[in-house]
Design a protein around this ligand. Structure first.
Ligand SMILES: CC(C)=CCC/C(C)=C/CC/C(C)=C/COP(=O)(O)OP(=O)(O)O
Length: 277
């Protein structure tokens, strides 16, 4: 049986090793909230890893869904840090179970869908894999404020996921996935062959910028309600949003070279953004 303190430590290691941006931004939270975010991150990472790295992802995801149902009924592996920490989170906060189910559904979409026809189709995917993370975190970040903050949390998830997609175009192509909606590619005359050839042509930049514009719009919309968060959480949420938004600038600075490289926000820029909050 793993001790609760040890369980949270393990979740901290998971977020620190996998997402420096989120780790840094959410370190601005008070301890109890920070630890809860680590546990939610560990849950998201586990589901994501099953889909991206599992040997039999369909089967493993089914198994994971069963484990989550069992967890909700109070039965879970006491040797598993994620479940132990998450059980503590569910005890201390009014967690939104539906959001957890929706996140899993989003990961299932990744197993069966590798192309998106319309922007609406893509946003439905973004809702499941990222906006739902916002809804999972909301009861921790802003207890009792769902009514006023839900829309902003969903928007921030949309914005971040579009950013993530625009950063990971090359990596996703390698595993056979194209998230850029066909209707937007067609509008600008970008073909799948251009993408496969890693051609940063005018059409590619137009598609990229159209989606970046969508992301920017969602970031702005989410920031409109930031004052509704309790003071303790405000800087962390705004910081996470600003740091993630900065990825778009980092890619523009590198002239949209997303096919062979992954662009990060430098530690210095992260520091500068967080210091200005
Ligand atoms: C209210 C609120 C806080 C809303 C935001 C919700 C949120 C944090 C969504 C995550 C979206 C996203 C693109 C995650 C990538 O994680 P990753 O681990 O792959 O990150 P990486 O970019 O560091 O690789």
């Amino acid at each position: 049986m793993i001790e609760i303190k040890e369980a949270y430590n393990r979740c901290e290691e998971i977020i620190a090793a996998n997402s420096k941006s989120f780790y840094k931004a959410f370190s601005l939270l008070p301890k109890e909230k920070r630890k809860a975010v680590w546990a939610v991150y560990a849950f998201c990472r586990t589901v994501d890893d099953i889909v991206d790295e599992g040997t039999n992802p369909v089967l493993e995801l089914e198994e994971f869904k069963r484990s989550f149902q069992q967890f909700l009924a109070g039965f879970y592996d006491r040797d598993n840090a994620m479940w132990v920490a998450l059980a503590d989170v569910f005890e201390n906060f009014q967690m939104d179970e539906e959001a957890f189910h929706s996140l899993i559904k989003g990961q299932e979409m990744d197993l069966v869908i590798s192309r998106y026809e319309t922007l609406d189709d893509l946003m439905d995917y973004c809702y499941h894999v990222a906006s739902c993370v916002g809804l999972m975190l909301l009861p921790i970040l802003a207890p009792g404020k769902k009514a006023v903050l839900q829309e902003g949390a969903v928007s921030l998830g949309y914005a971040m996921q579009i950013t993530n997609i625009l950063r990971d175009i090359g990596q996703d192509l390698k595993i056979g996935r194209i998230y850029l909606p066909k209707e937007i590619m067609q509008k600008h005359g970008l073909t799948e062959i251009d993408l496969q050839q890693g051609d940063v042509n005018g059409a590619f930049v137009s598609v990229w910028e159209e989606l970046a514009g969508e992301a920017e719009r969602y970031y702005r919309h989410s920031f409109e309600t930031i004052h509704e968060y309790p003071l303790q959480s405000r800087m962390a949420v705004k910081g996470a949003g600003l740091v993630y938004r900065e990825i778009l600038s980092a890619i523009r600075d590198k002239e949209y070279m997303v096919f062979r490289e992954k662009h990060y926000v430098s530690d210095q820029s992260k520091q500068a953004i967080l210091a200005c909050l």
